[in-house]
Design a protein around this ligand. Structure first.
Ligand code: ADP
Ligand code: MG
Length: 365
């Protein structure tokens, strides 16, 4: 439904989007995740025809945004980073204005009434937008995007500046839109993509560094592959025993001592639940497990590892960019789980980039 091929955008000598490619299938809800300045808004502005690209192609449902901008834009409902509302209009005036602007042919009153119902602004239709809270202005922006019932919805950081209750409401609205729309949503909040998206595309410094189904990430994040275990027994021997146990890929002694017990963080290999084996092994030695707590993994850890890993990989000669700073090594990057996952994500993204490059070369022949 959305196809981006080798898209690049330079602002003078600054390369904001650097040769990115991805496709979004009909009905997918995709999270476009990245730190501030990563290139999310630039990509979305090109995708929606607000900005021109320096190189590359964008098409919506097969319609090239440059060749037929009106045809392509008709398929898109866009909520930019700053909701494009006119403060001196009432909600009603603003929605009618947008209805005309879009040349919408659906019968006006029932259509606008339905949208207001969906985004819960029916009771403020007569109010001046100036007098609405940030949350309500955002909803008016969402309403504007829904006029004409476009099949593709693009939201740029829709929950920025909202309070927690409003955030929950907007997320649930996006989730419900995702049922019968193709949705691309940008955010720098990891939980947001996890909460609403089928797939996560991570962008950093203009490059796509990961592209993965949310469930694949969540499976690892929430799995029983990492846990803290508290064992009474001689520290050195316990550590050696844990390290030697088949299925365990990483062990770290944590600095929490409780009488003669120590806490160890253990990571198991993919698909292996080592907890029972661990229990019997420890018991056989005459030691005791007095605590076992599954830890899972936070999306933050994965995100930081992916971003760090790709920053290490970016060659310093890239003239367009500032020289990448020395890789930051957080305590967490030592752990194997994040590294494994980051490796997979980064390799997948590289492979997709290579495939996209091949496709374009094929077309040129
Ligand atoms: P994000 O939305 O991910 O925070 P942006 O797409 O807004 O990132 O910005 C990507 C990069 O491009 C940043 O380095 C930003 O400073 C730069 N940039 C964005 N818009 C402009 C502009 N109009 N002129 C010059 N540089 C810009
Ligand atoms: Mg932005």
């Amino acid at each position: 439904m959305i196809k981006i091929e080798r898209l690049t955008k330079n602002y003078g000598s600054n390369c904001a989007v650097d040769d990115i490619s991805f496709e979004i299938e009909k009905g997918e809800t995709v999270g476009f995740l990245g730190p501030n300045g990563a290139g999310k808004s630039t990509t979305m502005n090109i995708l929606t025809g607000y900005l021109s690209a320096s190189a590359g192609r964008v098409s919506i449902d097969g319609i090239d945004i440059l060749a037929d901008p009106i045809g392509a834009k008709r398929l898109i409902g866009y909520l930019p980073e700053q909701p494009p509302v006119y403060l001196d209009m009432t909600v009603d005036e603003y929605l009618k204005f947008n209805y005309e602007l879009k040349g919408c042919t659906i019968e006006r009153e029932p259509h606008l009434a339905e949208i207001c119902e969906v985004v819960k602004i029916s009771h403020v239709r007569k109010r001046l937008i100036r007098n609405l809270s940030k949350g309500y202005r955002q909803r008016v922006g969402v309403a504007q995007a829904l006029i004409g019932n476009p099949p593709v919805i693009i939201f740029d950081e829709p929950t920025v500046g909202l309070d927690p209750k409003q955030i929950i409401e907007i997320r649930s609205l996006i989730r419900s839109l995702g049922k019968d729309h193709t949705v691309l949503l940008s955010t720098h909040i990891l939980q947001e993509v996890q909460a609403v998206c089928d797939r996560i595309i991570i962008i950093n410094k203009g490059k796509i560094v990961a592209d993965e189904k949310t469930e694949n990430i969540t499976r690892v994040v929430e799995g029983n592959r990492r846990f803290n275990v508290k064992i009474c027994g001689p520290q050195r021997d316990v550590l050696d025993t844990l390290k030697a146990l088949p299925g365990i890929s990483y062990v770290e002694l944590l600095a929490q001592k409780d009488g003669d017990a120590c806490t160890y963080m253990v990571e198991s290999e993919f698909g292996v639940d080592v907890r029972k084996k661990l229990f019997y092994t420890v018991a056989e030695r005459g030691w005791a497990i007095i605590g076992l707590e599954s830890l899972g993994m936070s999306l933050e850890d994965i995100f930081i590892t992916v971003v760090n890993k790709t920053e290490e990989d970016i060659p310093a000669e890239s003239g367009k960019r500032n020289k990448p700073s020395a890789p930051k090594r957080s305590r967490r990057t030592r752990n194997t789980l994040e590294n494994d996952l980051a490796d997979t994500l980064v390799k997948d993204a590289e492979q997709r980039r290579a495939e996209a490059a091949d496709e374009v070369i094929d077309e040129d022949i």
